[in-house]
Every structure is written in C-alpha cells, then in structure tokens.
Design a protein around this ligand. Structure first.
Ligand SMILES: Nc1ncnc2c1ncn2[C@@H]1O[C@H](COP(=O)(O)OP(=O)(O)OP(=O)(O)O)[C@@H](O)[C@H]1O
Ligand SMILES: [Mg+2]
Length: 151
C-alpha cells in the first residue's frame, strides 16, 4: 500500500484484501524497537510459508518500497502497488475527524507528503493500481486537489 496517513489504506485493505492476505503493518507494534527490521522479517516469513501479504504502511518513497519489492522477488511472487491517491486536504480532514488517540501529528502527514513519489513499474512492481478518493455520499464534496476557496 502507498498513501498518506488518513488516505484510506487500512479501510481499503479491510474491504479488498483482508480476506485473502495476511496484513502486516508497523502500526501493529507501535512501541517495538527496530520495527522496520521486524516488518521485513515477518513479511519474509509469511511469503516463505506461502501466504499472500499486504503491507499497510504509508510507503511514500521508492527507497521505502524497495525492500518490499526485493522480498517479493526473493520469494518468487508477483508484487503490486496500490496507491490511495487521496488529496492532502482530504487526508488532513479525515485525520482530524479521528479519535484523539488515533490521530497522527500534522508533521507526520506533511513529512509523508514531502516524500511521496507515486509508485511505478520501474521500481519492479508487476502491477500498479491508483485508487482515487470518492466524494462521500450524501455529504458535501471533499476538496478537489489544488482547489482554492473563492476561485
Ligand atoms: N473512501 C472513504 N471515504 C470516506 N472516508 C473514508 C474512506 N476511506 C477511509 N475513510 C475514513 O478516513 C479515515 C482514515 O482512513 P484509514 O484509517 O483507512 O486511513 P489510512 O490510510 O490507513 O491511515 P494511516 O496511514 O494513518 O493508518 C477513517 O476514519 C476512515 O473511516
Ligand atoms: Mg492505516
């Protein structure tokens, strides 16, 4: 998965992949040390056991995605990127609407936004899917990318 905090990754995973894939996320061990190393080990173990795996983190840069592509290559399985291309204002609004303990600090969202580079096949993905944010049904439209009030 690729997408900012609040983009809707975990929601999308629950709807589309949780029935068929083991869901791995560094968020599952918020207080563990060396979470990156732990995640890589868990992914490798699951793939070695023949499981399909989804990694539910922001994964904004090619550098952060490379170890996951490498893990799939090492296991001889195809690897897919699913980018939740949700506009920053929508991510911020959804994050703001979360319960306080689930809310991500603004600096974290902005840091991920600064590092975000859309995933491409050139990184080694066999498939790249882009999921655009849908306006909420029955509610006012969420802000469009680049929209400015009063224009
Ligand atoms: N398609 C959608 N339309 C409207 N709201 C959504 C949609 N998808 C998710 N949300 C809401 O937005 C919030 C963030 O969604 P979610 O937890 O799936 O994001 P995330 O990308 O997993 O964020 P994080 O990286 O912080 O884990 C949740 O409150 C969720 O209910
Ligand atoms: Mg999530």
């Amino acid at each position: 998965m690729v997408g900012l905090q609040g983009a809707g990754k975990s929601t999308w995973v629950a709807e589309h992949l949780a029935a068929t894939h083991a869901v791995v996320s560094k968020d599952h061990w918020p207080r563990a040390r060396r979470r990156e190393a732990r995640q890589r080990r868990v992914v490798a173990e699951l793939l070695a056991a023949g499981r399909s795996v989804v990694v539910d983190n922001t994964n904004p840069s090619a550098e952060e995605r490379a170890p996951l592509v490498a893990a799939a290559r090492a296991a001889g399985v195809p690897v897919r990127a699913v980018w939740l291309d949700t506009p920053l204002p929508t991510c911020l609004a959804r994050n703001e609407a979360r319960e306080a303990r689930a809310r991500v600090p603004l600096v974290g969202v902005l840091s991920a936004r600064a590092r975000l580079v859309p995933p491409t096949a050139a990184e080694g993905f066999d498939r790249v899917d882009v999921v655009a944010a849908q306006p909420a049904r029955g509610a006012a439209a969420e802000p469009a990318p680049g929209s400015a009030p009063g224009e």
